[in-house]
Ligand binder design. Sequence first.
Ligand code: GLV
Ligand code: MN
Ligand code: MN
Length: 412
Amino acid sequence: MNLEIDRDRLAAEIEELAGISDAEPPAVTRIVFSPADLKARAWLIARCEKAGLAIRQDPVGNIFARWAGADANAAAVGTGSHIDAIPNAGKYDGVVGVLGGLEAIRALQRCGARPKHSIELLLFTSEEPTRFGIGCLGSRMLSGAMTPDAARKLVDKDGTSLEEVRRKAGYSAPLEEVKLPSCYYKAFVELHIEQGPLLEQKQIPLGIVTSIAAPASLRITVEGAGGHAGAVLMQERRDALCAAAELILAIEDVAKSSGAIDTVATVGICDVFPGAVNSIPSRVRLTLDIRDTDLARRDAAMRAIEAARQTIAAKRQVAISEEFVNADAPARCAPAIVEALSQACAKHGFASMKMVSRAYHDSLFMSRIAPVAMLFIPCRNGYSHRPDEYASPEDIARGALVLAETLASLAS
Ligand code: GLV
Ligand code: MN
Ligand code: MN
């Protein structure tokens, strides 16, 4: 089998997709079901059809592009990722796994491979939590980790429901049809940029993921008392933002003192009400994103944050409430797929290392219904979720080549 990746076409496709965005280049913003996201989906479908793949879309907008195998009844081998992008993101997060997956399939077609199992490219809806507050929406539903009832309750910040948004986008069948049976995939492999610096620092071109860290997120509301910024004396105040500031620092402290570098916690949104120069903040809304490779340690950190919340609320005479968005378990990758990836790297003479994914991915949820593993390629300085995110065409092509080799061996 003479597998060859068309590096230049893949790089050109990544550039072209980056142009379908709501941000000034080089930044990319593509929020799920926005006009840019819908245009990007149509663009991708056209490319998949050109490659002879059969398209199916489910009611939450997950797209499946299938290259039929010789045995139509055999479980498929899946690959893919997402193309939605957080505000002010880069070009590669998710996109490398989708377009790299498409190119891997085309490379297999070009060299005359005829796999027994179908190979299916997936585009997952809303891996990013930007619009509906929860990450991995499409794969959560595919795996049954999120029920249709829970999904029907989701609303965006303008109060528009997922139900309304997906129907407007043309996805109107009942959400009950999304979940996949656990025998649907024989294996699932996701190619992704590392989003951290290790591969680059160690000068190793490929990372094989053996586990994915456990993410959790919460919405926190601090209610104090507003008032005139000149007239209310300091001793009389119940300033919601000052309480929130104390809580944010307590969160940082909990993560830093957990005893492990794998505990990370982030407050990424802080909305202040009423948000006027001369008005004491009466209400603050925060988001907390907390992760760890070890579930018990992450949950211990969450309990420590809960204790800090109660102490700060009592001390500052404010009410602090919290609402859980998600608290997911970590994923262990399947040894057989990790082995298939290692052998594919070895076959082409590429060095690789085993590693943990501290970012979450749709594979976290696919692991609940299929054996999974992930392949990482380096990204410059480890930068991700920012406009200067960069992966070189050579590294992307190398990743797509190893992916193609692995898909061929899993689907044979
Ligand atoms: C995925 O984008 C993550 O936040 O890990
Ligand atoms: Mn991301
Ligand atoms: Mn991603």
